[in-house]
Ligand binder design. Sequence first.
Ligand code: ATP
Length: 305
Amino acid sequence: MTHSVTVRAAAKVNLHLGVGRHRPDGFHPLSTVYQTLSLHDDVTVTTCPRWAVDLVCEDDIDRDAFPMGEENIVVRAGRLLATHHGADRAAEFTVRKSIPIAGGLAGGSADAAAALVALDRLWDLQTSDDDLLALAAQLGSDVPFALVGGTALGGGRGEVVAPMLDEATRWWVVVPARTGLSTPVVYRRFDDLCPDAPDEVTLPEELLAALAYPDPDNRILATLMRNDLEPAAIDLRPELGELIEAGERAGALRGIISGSGPTCMFLCSDRGSADRVRTTLLDAGHPRVLVALGPVSGTHVVEYV
Ligand code: ATP
């Protein structure tokens, strides 16, 4: 009998995030190309008579921002799956967190996707892929992509995911901030700064072509990356603009804010270049600078006990 299941939950970076004007229902139309990264959390589920959450992390993760009870998205995912199957069950989650919280890397969404898969295996529910994707979409717009992983095109509010062939391996330098940025606050600043944003967002055709026919060192891709939320995030945290310039001066092909930020991502031509950019930024006093590669696979089991 299985007593615990551990599932890996990958962070994501947006290679493209096109944002339209907010709709009457409050949502913004999105066109996004995203990719999972080797930076990850691990979510372990164990049989338990009541819902419980435990967090294991280094000091550089903002523990206070991590809800320890029912508000945690892993518990919401667990309840949703149990209800879907008409099962009266609960479990304990241990989240080993490396993805910065409220960092624009969709760590919570990744944890939710991992919780769905882990509980499905622990309880042997054999939920169909279609049902898992539908449940994921109810939990948040980035959760279906976290299940699928790799590189994908997202639409709607982000819940429509079309996987893309992407055979390249890209090296990134990841610079998290100590304190997160609230996604709704960044969108509100976007609304203030961009009252004339288009009602419809278009597909990033050139970027899609650059992914389909990659240049060996990503120089073309680097020029085509775009994040419409970046001006809003920099307006809220001006130091992010300076960090992007510093990373590019240090040799990155391009620096960009991921999603709603504040994590800054630097695309590099290869592993050696990423290591040099990391060293330069560490020497400049940035306390946490990571190297990650992408794309990696979506949510997957790493341990059964
Ligand atoms: P997104 O880009 O999807 O908005 P993000 O990376 O900016 O996500 P998350 O780390 O996913 O932000 O967290 C967003 C909020 O969700 C946090 O402020 C946190 O309080 C709450 N939250 C609930 N459950 C979790 C979880 N398991 N991990 C991280 N945050 C969680």
